[in-house]
Design a protein around this ligand. Structure first.
Ligand SMILES: Cc1cc2nc3c(=O)[nH]c(=O)nc-3n(C[C@H](O)[C@H](O)[C@H](O)COP(=O)(O)OP(=O)(O)OC[C@H]3O[C@@H](n4cnc5c(N)ncnc54)[C@H](O)[C@@H]3O)c2cc1C
Length: 368
């Protein structure tokens, strides 16, 4: 979940209204991850006939959306577009929880651990948090030590607590979106699509995550690259389980590694991720085996920041692909060679939370 800040990009001009679809038209969405699944659902709700296709199923283990949990937070530095998109996403996640009668959003709050007096990713979002009446709470170093005694705060300057964020159940909600899509009248097909396939529809949206660059080398190519990212689930000590499990989602805003974690993590262990880009990865054939030096580095960090977890055993782990765009912004653009075709991707390690708001925005953009 990248915690770097990035400037708005030409992505935003893609959301100028391009009413290419009218009610009753047929759209195909290839890829049933967070981006494709929600887009298919919102197109369907805009009275478009939609076929959703995925090679291995929504939230499958190769996909970026297939991990257990994902962080949801509005904080994006000075980037108001993503702040606003997340505010809308939060509303939609809550609405869908009611529809599904299932908890997928865990409102633990997000604790930002700031190393210096200035912490641009948080500081620059404060005006937006005030605008939305979603203000953060400043936590001095002394209060950090008092309130969160599992954290070593000696090298921190202060913290900020965002009470509105937390985490989402990722794989489960991705599958719920696909089930809802079918329940509401969409057609789901389990198949591998090749760009050479002659798909017949008024609009075709390729939302193929990490695969997109290789599938469309001329139009996307290196603009979406895939890197190997590791997440670790550590077992907390039995006598302190409650203390660790109830800790908020946290981000170590050190401007370097950007470790972050989801302590509750749907009871699968204290989750730790590192936002540094890993090795280039093949999302189809790459083996999901951890890099010993990346794990060793994470253990070193954990022992320092959460001393009580110094000897915590690794109880589960995952290798997930990041689908990186050059600047971290999402990509949504029309093909130059076939105007029926659109490319959607570049979630760049932070896209999951936005799924419902992005799907809604794309449907509003495309449907008359
Ligand atoms: C380690 C890690 C941590 C992250 N942390 C966060 C976080 O905390 N918060 C957050 O919001 N986001 C986070 N993200 C990012 C987020 O998970 C992704 O941006 C998001 O899931 C991308 O969804 P997607 O639909 O674009 O891709 P995917 O979920 O990968 O879906 C693409 C789908 O396309 C299918 N497909 C591919 N090629 C074909 C084909 N030829 N034919 C048919 N189907 C095909 C695949 O099977 C797959 O299901 C993280 C990502 C990783 C890897």
């Amino acid at each position: 979940m990248p915690t770097n800040t990035f400037a708005p990009s030409p992505l935003f001009s893609s959301f100028e209204h391009r009413r290419v679809l009218k009610k009753g038209d047929h759209a195909i969405v290839v890829g049933a991850g967070a981006f494709g699944g929600w887009t298919a659902l919102y197109l369907l709700r805009s009275e478009i006939k939609v076929t959703l296709i995925d090679a291995w199923g929504s939230g499958n283990s190769r996909s970026s959306s297939g991990d257990e949990t994902r962080v949801i937070r509005s904080t994006y530095g000075a980037n108001e577009f993503y702040f606003d998109l997340n505010v809308r996403a939060l509303q939609l996640w809550k609405e869908h929880e009611k529809l599904w009668n299932r908890q997928v959003f865990f409102n633990t709050g997000v604790l930002w651990l700031c190393h210096h007096e200035k912490c641009s990713i948080v500081d620059e979002s404060i005006p937006f948090s005030k605008k939305h009446k979603m203000e953060y709470e400043y936590v001095s170093r002394a209060d950090l030590a008092k309130r969160y005694d599992v954290v070593n705060s000696n090298d921190l300057h202060h913290g900020y607590f965002d009470p509105y964020g937390g985490y989402l159940k990722a794989r489960e909600s991705t599958q719920l979106v696909q089930e809802t899509f079918v329940k509401e009248g969409g057609t789901y097909v389990n198949a591998m699509v090749s760009p050479a396939d002659k798909l017949s529809a008024d609009t075709i949206i390729y939302a193929c995550g990490s695969w997109l660059g290789k599938m469309f080398p001329a139009e996307i190519g290196e603009r979406i690259t895939c890197s190997k990212q590791e997440v670790y689930y550590f077992g907390v000590p039995a006598d302190h389980a409650k203390k660790f499990d109830s800790f908020p989602v946290w981000v170590d805003a050190d401007d370097k590694d950007h470790y972050y974690g989801i302590p509750g993590n749907a009871w699968r262990g204290f989750k730790v991720g590192v936002d540094r880009r890993g090795k280039v990865f093949d999302p189809t054939n790459g083996e999901r085996i951890l890099e010993p030096e990346v794990l060793a580095h994470a253990r070193g960090f954990l022992a320092h920041r959460f001393p009580g977890l110094k000897d915590a055993p690794l109880v589960e782990s995952r290798v997930c692909p990041y689908e990186n765009s050059p600047d971290g912004n999402f990509i949504f653009e029309q093909s130059k060679s076939d105007r029926r075709v659109w490319f959607l991707g570049g979630g760049s390690g932070h896209g999951f939370k936005h799924g419902p708001a992005l799907g809604e925005l794309i449907a509003k953009t495309l449907v008359q």
